[in-house]
Design a protein around this ligand. Structure first.
Ligand SMILES: Cc1cc2nc3c(=O)[nH]c(=O)nc-3n(C[C@H](O)[C@H](O)[C@H](O)COP(=O)(O)OP(=O)(O)OC[C@H]3O[C@@H](n4cnc5c(N)ncnc54)[C@H](O)[C@@H]3O)c2cc1C
Length: 454
């Protein structure tokens, strides 16, 4: 356990949660010379960007990709002294495998460095998607990006499948292209997935098309990103405590004045940033603020589960470490990682499974059986060689990216004196992503600094 900073507890900010949102907030405040104390419930930092050992096997919170058009996350990491070129491997292409497709679809990813391959990927792949299927997507994307800019609230009320039908997307294009780009990324099937979330994920990339690359982590995320970021906060004078779960907020005369840990410790602060995952944040805030109308929509914002399968083999399952989608199966997105993230393993695959609502409570053996069935359906019989697997899942972390959620996301600045929120579920344009988490943390930090100066 690290020591509590010398700076007056009256001036410090306590940040509950050491995911990217909490760490980003702490870094910004510490960088401005403010005393910060980060309290993390888990024995390691990173939250959803973490790796750890689960009963003898090295695992991660889930298959993660760093999108080239993120800007605030890379900027933060660089300021913290983390070399992105060491932290990431840039992928050159991604793959889509459908059980009934004659061939896999291969899509180039690097507009600047491999423009021809990228263009051919978008225009070619005729055995994966017919020209008519591709043509049906053009009016859909055109209308969608327009509605994203002009009618975001309305767009958020429409499930992706309904919006696609309205714009005459063919069934095959829906299943083979839109499903991977929705369920493959945020797990929910297209009949639930918000159209705003669909276009919102890609819209920020349009003006930065030249940055459209996908990076795989070159090690476990705690090891190569979250812990180095926590170390940078400590170098700036902040403190990061792990295995320090917060039980409740301290409240005096309507203001938040500190926190009480599970072990009974009382810690005072000028500001408290709740940077816990959505369900945990709702639990901390429900008791004291149940009757405050500002919080009412947030308390209605639902969480959604996520389910991942991670396994080791004597040799790689796939010929390349690259993002692969499995539409038409229970496999959302997945990838071989033995050449990138888990290089000490001879074969290692990580998969995000689709429709987590139906999987989250199933026994591990059943989730694994469905994973194996999905892999075999797309020709990856090598899964039979698996030597060990883990099912890593949770039901408290993500806000539900279904139609109608946007209007319930709270802002980072609350009406309660001393209380700020951070976390990917809070209102910011990058949805439930690492970039979104960083934006939320930085906004909370700005709110605190502004508060101090008034
Ligand atoms: C399987 C999976 C795949 C993903 N893929 C991608 C991807 O490819 N690209 C991308 O950009 N994003 C991806 N994400 C999303 C990304 O990881 C999140 O958006 C981001 O990490 C959220 O950060 P956060 O700080 O808001 O929340 P979290 O990382 O959830 O952090 C919250 C922290 O609060 C702590 N906490 C909770 N309650 C308490 C308490 N009472 N006291 C103390 N601490 C507490 C938790 O332990 C946790 O560490 C993925 C996530 C998952 C799970």
């Amino acid at each position: 356990m690290s020591q509590i900073p010398d700076a007056s507890t009256e001036q410090r900010t306590i940040i509950v949660g050491a995911g990217l949102a909490g760490l980003a907030c702490a870094f910004e405040l510490a960088d401005q010379g403010r005393p910060v104390l980060v309290l993390e419930a888990a024995p390691y930092v990173g939250g959803r960007t973490a790796n750890w050992n689960e009963n003898g096997m090295d695992v991660e919170s889930g298959f993660h990709k760093f999108i080239g058009y993120y800007s605030l996350l890379p900027e933060l990491l660089e300021r913290a002294g983390i070399d992105l070129n060491e932290m990431l491997f840039w992928e050159k292409s991604m793959e889509t495998r459908h059980p009934e497709a004659e061939e896999a679809g291969i899509f180039g990813l690097d507009v600047i460095r491999a423009p021809l391959k990228t263009a051919l990927g978008a225009l070619g792949n005729n055995k994966y998607l017919t020209p008519a299927d591709k043509a049906s997507l053009i009016p859909f994307f055109t209308a969608g990006f327009k509605d994203y800019l002009s009618n975001p609230e309305e767009l958020d009320e429409i499930p992706l499948q309904t919006y696609a039908k309205r714009h005459h997307v063919t069934d095959q294009a829906l299943e083979r292209i839109l499903e991977p780009l929705s369920s493959g990324i945020f797990f929910l099937p297209p009949d639930q997935y918000s159209s705003y979330a669909f276009f919102g994920l890609f819209a920020p990339g349009i003006p930065r098309l030249h940055k459209m690359r996908i990076g795989a982590f070159s090690g476990g995320m705690t090891d190569v990103m979250s812990q180095p970021l926590a170390d940078a906060i400590e170098r700036l004078g902040g403190t990061v405590r792990t295995s320090a779960p917060v039980r409740e907020l301290m409240i005096e005369e309507g203001a938040v004045t500190g926190v009480i840990l599970e072990n009974g410790e009382h810690l005072e602060a000028a500001h408290v940033v709740v940077a816990a995952n959505i369900r945990r944040a709702q639990m901390l805030l429900a008791e004291p603020f149940r009757d405050v109308s500002w919080f009412a929509p947030f308390f209605e914002l639902e969480a959604m589960p996520h389910v991942t399968a991670q396994f080791e083999l004597p040799e790689p399952l796939l010929p390349q470490d690259r993002t692969t989608f499995g539409p038409g199966t229970s496999l959302g997105s997945f990838g071989e990682q033995s050449r990138t993230t888990f290089r000490s393993k001879s074969g290692r695959t990580s998969i995000i499974l689709v429709d987590p609502d139906t999987l989250v409570d199933l026994p591990e053996e059943e989730v694994w059986r469905r994973t194996v069935d999905g892999l075999k359906a797309i020709g990856l019989d090598g899964v039979d060689q698996t030597t060990d697997y883990r099912i890593i899942r949770g039901d408290e972390n993500f806000y539900r990216l279904s139609a109608g959620s946007e209007k319930k996301r709270p802002k980072q600045i609350t009406p309660i004196p001393g209380l700020f929120l951070a976390g990917d579920y809070t209102k910011q344009p990058f949805l439930a992503t690492m970039e979104g988490a960083v934006i939320s943390g930085q906004r909370a930090a700005r709110g605190i600094l502004k508060n101090e100066s008034t």
